[in-house]
Design a protein around this ligand. Structure first.
Ligand SMILES: O=c1[nH]cnc2c1ncn2[C@@H]1O[C@H](CO)[C@@H](O)[C@H]1O
Length: 298
């Protein structure tokens, strides 16, 4: 596949690493179509402090310590501290219980939100945020700077369960469930949002036999991923009948790198923020304007 002519697309990866986050970050670092200009961190698969540590670690594994890491929010946008952390999917350390040594690097002296706002201002229309966790940092950037929505090129996010059951409960997918209020702010902000839901990512499976192919590679990333994937495979074997693992974050990353790989529908999205369907994503993609008005609060 030829890289798009001209400058690579600048991307900031907002991430909660996370095993599939690690895969997505490596995909981005190996794709000439994009230039990773920063990682921002968030809770989700792990708490934010550990997400920052893992982000720094992954950049060290990839020999890309030139890329800055900015630490994100430790609480939801409504200051909620009762977070749902998916350590049962990713291991207690978020990276398959490998207990890697602590990274040598440090996050930059700037919050994730400030970094997002700064970079969007610096390169108006040119920065894509690839959001792989709950959307707190992005919603905070929208609230902090009224020109963020105009300046950010696109927000590509892994989240939602569009017309299918969620993975936390029948209503909600994990990233949206993590901060439904933030997600509703992002979806109704007027920004160019491309959402890759689990209705898509549950079709993208790294099978047991793909894992054997990976094992036959001497590549640095292949060997690293093999180690951390064990826990992710065990979880999927136990929790789902699928013989393999869902490639959630790598699929969203591929949508950012090469949008033509996926087909899309356009419409208004709202997120349910309370009750038993908290975290439900509702898409209306028809042309009936009075219904869109109810959904779209702009
Ligand atoms: O069953 C689950 N509960 C919570 N989080 C999960 C589950 N399965 C996967 N993920 C994590 O949440 C995002 C996709 O929703 C992915 O980051 C995935 O690793």
């Amino acid at each position: 596949m030829a890289a798009a002519a001209g400058e690579p697309k600048k991307i900031i990866i907002d991430t909660d690493p996370g095993i599939d986050d690690a895969m997505a970050i490596f995909v981005a670092l190996r794709s000439p179509e994009v230039e990773v200009i920063g990682l921002t961190t968030i809770y989700g698969n792990v708490y934010t402090t550990l997400a920052t540590r893992n982000a720094l670690h992954l950049l060290e594994v990839a020999d890309r310590t030139d890329i800055p890491v900015a630490e994100g929010s430790h609480v939801t946008i409504t200051k909620g501290t009762k977070l749902r952390i998916a350590d049962f999917v990713h291991g207690a350390d978020g990276l398959g219980n490998q207990n890697f040594p602590p990274p040598e690097g440090k996050p930059i002296d700037m919050s994730a939100t400030d970094f997002l706002v700064e970079q969007a201002n610096l390169y108006p229309g040119k920065v894509t945020v690839v959001a792989l966790g709950p959307l707190t940092n992005i919603a905070l950037a929208i609230q902090q700077d009224s020109s963020f929505v105009k300046n950010i090129g696109q927000i590509v996010l892994l989240g939602g369960a569009f017309a299918v059951n969620g993975n936390v409960n029948p209503a909600a997918e994990a990233n949206i469930f993590g901060d439904p209020d933030a997600a509703d702010i992002v979806f109704t902000s007027g920004a160019d949002v491309l959402a890759v839901g689990i209705n898509v990512t549950h079709q993208v499976i790294l099978t047991d036999s793909d894992r054997e192919t990976l094992a036959s590679s001497n590549g640095k990333f292949a060997q690293y991923l093999l180690k951390i994937l064990e826990v992710y495979f065990n979880y999927h074997h136990d929790a789902y009948s699928t013989k393999g693992v869902y490639l959630h974050d790598p699929t969203a990353m591929l949508a950012a790198i090469n949008p033509s790989l996926i087909t899309y529908v356009e419409g208004a999205v709202r997120v349910q923020t309370n009750g038993i369907t908290r975290g439900l994503t509702l898409l209306y993609n028809k042309q009936k304007s009075d219904v869109v008005l109810v959904l779209d609060r702009r």
